[in-house]
Design a protein around this ligand. Structure first.
Ligand SMILES: [Zn+2]
Length: 103
């Protein structure tokens, strides 16, 4: 089982408002105790993101190593696609405080 699916919707630009690279949606951010983070699983659907977080938490719960936190962040599609899936320590990455909304 993989908890690292990356889904990139190829949504055509609606109404010619801009580049498809500026599509906003949600991604899963996984924080590690050493300060690194992972960012993956971009989706335009908030419920899909919530489910991905729940699935990821369940995955780590049974393992010997656990992330410090897993939560949904609002993110730009291109930011997620261009982001290393794991081991990033760039503090400018998407990290909006959404974690209180995840059950
Ligand atoms: Zn990062």
């Amino acid at each position: 089982m993989s908890g690292r699916q990356v889904v990139v919707p190829r949504t055509p630009t609606v109404g010619g408002t801009g580049s498809s690279e500026e599509v906003w949606g949600w991604a899963v951010r996984r924080e590690w105790r050493d300060g690194r983070h992972d960012l993956f699983g971009f989706t335009a659907d908030r419920h899909m993101a919530d489910r991905a977080v729940a699935r990821d938490r369940g995955f780590w719960r049974v393992g010997p190593v656990r992330p410090a936190a897993v939560y949904v962040v609002a993110a730009n599609a291109s930011a997620v696609v261009g982001h290393p899936v794991s081991g990033c320590c760039d503090s400018s990455c998407p990290d909006s405080p959404e974690r209180g909304e995840v059950r």
